[in-house]
Design a protein around this ligand. Structure first.
Ligand SMILES: [Zn+2]
Length: 123
């Protein structure tokens, strides 16, 4: 019996990095845990050093969003993306929105704290 198997490992353009934090990179918005390819810009090194981007484990199993095809480091990250991008909470009040933002910020500081920029202030 032949089994259908996805062949994602053979793709030459497998993303090599992922966003530890929600980030706008090269004009595109990336959600937490989203895999991306570095564009080779001058900011790349800094974004990695500060903890916005991290190298992706080449053996990592990515979870792909069924709605837009974006790849994520795990199902939890993909679900978070889906809730934000594809199921907007239209009935939330601005106050609830603020609270949600605060919660998100606290969560991010816990699970993906930014690195201290030791080079800041030095010239
Ligand atoms: Zn999506």
């Amino acid at each position: 019996m032949a089994k259908l198997a996805p062949e994602r490992s053979k793709q030459p353009d497998t993303p090599g990095y992922w966003a530890r934090r929600p980030i706008t990179y090269c004009g595109s918005e990336y959600d937490r845990g989203q895999a991306l390819e570095l564009a080779g810009g001058t900011n790349d090194e800094r974004l990695i050093r500060l903890g916005y981007l991290a190298e992706l484990d080449p053996k990592a199993e990515l979870s792909v969003c069924a709605e837009c095809g974006a790849a994520f480091t795990g199902p939890g990250e993909r679900t978070g993306h889906g809730n934000t991008r594809h199921r907007p909470h239209t009935e939330r009040s601005p106050l609830d929105e603020d609270r949600a933002d605060e919660r998100e910020e606290r969560l991010l500081d816990e699970i993906a704290p930014l690195y201290v920029d030791h080079a800041a202030g030095r010239r």
